[in-house]
Design a protein around this ligand. Structure first.
Ligand SMILES: [Zn+2]
Length: 354
């Protein structure tokens, strides 16, 4: 058990956690915590990326009940007003779902409604419209189902992958390739992957796979109708910092147009696929400003301190990890400095695709 978990358990067992939460309600600390979720455990069907499963429905409901009891849940309107200089309510927390998995509609929506809890959902618009499968799920599926003992990829660089043991390492190395390779031709890479692994992949198969995994526009409109904020997660979930300027424009402006067409309102926020902060990438920032987005959200970057200057295009979010104890979850919110921060991914990091 990590030191953070030990500390959280100790706080709870000693009764201090309840005291800290009560104190926080009376004397709020200047932090904004935005919690990012992706997917509930699959209920069968296709092999896909396990790295994007965050909570069971029971854990999610427990967490939403805790958040509602102790904090003020905010949505996109409050976050945009905050970015424009107005204050947030005291003890602000926001709930976000990325990637458009079906569980948001089937599992999260009834729980959010029951607890009258706001949330924001970030969808990849072309993936939704064209009934595609996200690249990390496709990579995981192909590698998990290949009967090859090794595979040799030729694009974008020659790579030999050993498939005799655990395939997790091979999956991780290909996810990183997609995340970090500048100007990768993703469709070409994915077809090359199917060829090298000898795993067939067709448009018809992808559509069936997608229908089992991801929400349709009708389901997303039902979220919108229920008061959930639906915002952009680009068109095809590419890491924006790796794209050419025309691809960047298509992902940023194009997804805003797609959302306007499907939902009748323009997007105000974009959550960066994979979540890297923009800091070093001014072309992305310029494209966001040009397209009319009001805020941009990173991920895995921890809570946002509210007592300094907040960059509206680098608003932080923290990932909810699997198997968080209730004590750890509450401690992370009660004492924001305690929340884990994931480093910007490098070839040694291990989390999933979304
Ligand atoms: Zn994502």
């Amino acid at each position: 058990m990590s030191r953070r978990h030990q500390f959280a358990n100790l706080l709870e067992m000693s009764g201090s956690l309840a005291a800290v939460l009560k104190l926080r309600a009376r004397a709020p600390v200047p932090w904004l915590s935005i919690l990012t979720y992706h997917r509930f455990p699959a209920t069968g069907g296709f092999e896909c990326d396990d790295g994007v499963v965050d909570v069971t429905p029971e854990e999610f409901e427990r967490q939403i009940a805790c958040v509602k009891r102790h904090f003020n849940v905010v949505g996109i309107a409050e976050l945009c007003a905050f970015a424009a200089g107005r204050p947030l309510p005291k003890n602000p927390v926001a709930i976000a779902f990325d990637d458009g998995y079906l569980g948001v509609y089937e599992t999260a929506l009834p729980i959010l409604k029951k607890h009258n809890c706001k949330a924001m959902v970030f969808v990849a618009t072309a993936v939704t419209t064209e009934r595609l499968v996200h690249w990390w799920d496709r990579i995981a599926y192909v590698l998990k189902t290949s009967t090859r003992r090794e595979m040799l990829l030729e694009y974008p660089v020659p790579v030999r992958l050993d498939l005799t043991g655990s395939r997790a390492q091979a999956i991780r190395s290909l996810l990183l390739l997609v995340k970090l390779r500048p100007s990768l031709d993703l469709p070409r890479f994915l077809s090359e992957l199917s060829r090298a692994a000898d795993v067939p992949w067709s448009a018809e198969f992808e559509r069936r796979f997608s229908d089992q995994l991801l929400m349709t526009w009708d389901q997303i409109r039902a979220l919108q109708k229920a008061g959930i904020d639906v915002e952009s997660h680009t068109r095809t979930h590419r890491v924006l910092q790796t794209l050419s300027s025309s691809d960047l424009r298509d992902e940023i402006e194009g997804s805003r147009e797609d959302l306007r067409r499907e939902l009748g309102v323009p997007a105000r926020a974009l959550a960066y696929p994979v979540g890297y902060p923009l800091g070093w990438s001014s072309p992305v920032r310029a494209a966001l400003e040009r397209s009319g987005y009001e805020i941009g959200l990173t991920n895995g970057t921890g809570p946002t301190p509210l007592d300094g200057v907040v960059d509206r295009f680098d608003i932080r979010r923290q990932t909810v990890e699997r198997d968080l104890s209730n004590a750890f979850f509450l401690t992370m919110l009660a004492l924001p400095q305690f929340a884990p921060i994931h480093p910007v991914p490098s070839p040694s990091t291990t989390h999933g695709g979304g």
